[in-house]
Design a protein around this ligand. Structure first.
Ligand SMILES: NC(=O)c1ccc[n+]([C@@H]2O[C@H](COP(=O)([O-])OP(=O)(O)OC[C@H]3O[C@@H](n4cnc5c(N)ncnc54)[C@H](O)[C@@H]3O)[C@@H](O)[C@H]2O)c1
Length: 381
């Protein structure tokens, strides 16, 4: 049995994403399952150290995750050769500096999106990784959601005929914090702390569109701050200076039109927190995070507009649920396993810092479109 132990510095792991998705559901789970199998009798075993500012939070994480190594001293582990990977899930604005330091010390990089707060910095990080010859990757978790994987299969099978349009509806009500506590961190609602839903969500829509439907060529985006004041983690009222909703349209290289509403100020009456409706000449599908429903040309109802009578068609009944034809792992864990194989075996890993920079670029262009009240083209990076 050959074991590849791989030292991973996990920074920002006391945060929401760091704790739940990356530590508990990915790295701790990979360790629990006995590592990542890469061949007969060969496995990769992650050897993480948890980094944060608050030792009490780290102690708590240690007890719930079973991971023994914790530190508040990032430099000490960056300078330790037994760690070859630096992972970052800190607040966005802190990422670039930490990644630069880690690359300079020869670490491979894996990090959350957005990789940086502007495209120039994101590209600089990509060039730095390339010039130092380290491996690099960016979290693009939505690509491994069962709902999206089912859509990809349908596309592979030619189910849609020619795809005409994609409609994404993302969002839910994020409580303001005055009566019921907010379920997202308050920095998300402050521009000065790199918050805002355009920056947050357009990076996701970039890789979903580019990888599943076609390359994004232009964007029209209108942002809004619907709720101007919220209450933070300490019960203090603050001005919500960042956009909390974005109404965007994208044109793709193959003529597909994609519209995405992203909002923290809507209430959900749809299948899931994210739904993607794909309409094609031969059929349509609506995917949520896990499930996907399809309607073929052959069972497309033929409605006739008549508001004077009760609707005779039950539209929801005309859709069939795609069965579980494959097994699906946690999306973050699935990508972590691929990244670890990329580091150890050199397996392909196309979701790199350049792809991360493209996400930042789309967010930046979305904001530019909003400011100019105009369509903005997306130049190739
Ligand atoms: N892939 C996804 O679906 C997804 C979803 C949500 C957030 N994110 C990204 O993950 C990152 C973290 O988001 P989150 O929601 O977990 O935020 P969070 O506020 O819960 O966590 C932020 C982390 O950064 C650390 N941090 C904050 N200020 C710091 C400072 N001054 N010095 C050192 N550390 C500091 C915190 O201690 C914490 O560990 C963001 O970049 C966000 O865009 C990704």
């Amino acid at each position: 049995m050959k074991e590849h132990r791989i030292g991973i510095i996990m920074n920002g792991v006391t945060g929401r994403m760091g704790t739940n998705q990356h530590l508990l559901r990915s790295i701790a789970e990979i360790i629990r399952q006995g590592g990542v199998k890469i061949g007969a009798g060969e496995t990769i075993i992650p050897d993480p150290v948890l980094v944060g500012r608050d030792i009490d939070k780290l102690e708590k994480l240690k007890s719930i995750s079973g991971i023994q190594k914790i530190t508040t001293d990032l430099d000490s582990v960056l300078n330790d050769k037994s760690y070859s990977v630096y992972f970052d899930a800190q607040v966005t604005g802190r990422r670039a500096d930490a990644v630069r330091r880690a690359v300079d010390l020869g670490k491979h990089i894996y990090c959350e999106k957005p990789v940086a707060t502007d495209t120039a910095t994101a590209l600089e990080l990509y060039e730095l990784c390339k010039s130092k010859g380290v491996k690099h990757g960016v979290v693009q978790d939505k690509l491994w959601l069962p709902g999206i994987l089912k859509l990809k299969r349908l596309i592979q099978q030619g189910f849609f005929g020619k795809i005409l349009s994609v409609r994404g509806e993302f969002g839910y009500w994020v409580f303001e914090g005055d009566s019921i506590a907010a379920q997202r961190p308050s920095w998300n609602y402050r521009k000065e702390d790199d918050g805002g839903i355009i920056v947050d969500m357009l990076c996701h829509w970039r890789y979903v569109l580019d990888n599943v439907f076609g390359k994004v060529q232009s964007v029209s985006c209108l942002g809004a701050t619907h709720i101007p004041e919220r209450v933070n983690e300490n019960g203090k009222r603050y001005s919500a200076t960042a956009d909390d909703a974005a109404y965007a349209t994208f044109q793709l290289e193959n003529g597909i039109i994609a519209q995405f509403n992203s909002s923290w100020t809507v209430r959900v009456r749809r299948d899931d927190l994210l739904t993607l409706q794909v309409d094609g000449t031969k059929g349509s599908a609506v995917a949520g995070l896990r499930e996907c429903y399809i309607q073929h040309y052959g069972n497309t109802p033929k409605p006739v507009w008549n508001p004077d009578i009760a609707q005779p068609i039950n539209f929801l009944e005309g859709w069939a649920k795609v069965p579980e034809q494959e097994t699906y792992d946690n999306a973050f864990k699935a990508q972590w396993e691929l990244f670890l194989k990329h580091v150890v075996k050199g397996d392909p890993f196309p979701w790199d810092m350049l792809e991360g920079a493209k996400g930042v670029q789309l967010a930046e262009k979305g904001i530019e479109s909003w400011q100019k009240r105009a369509w903005v083209d997306i130049p190739e990076l």
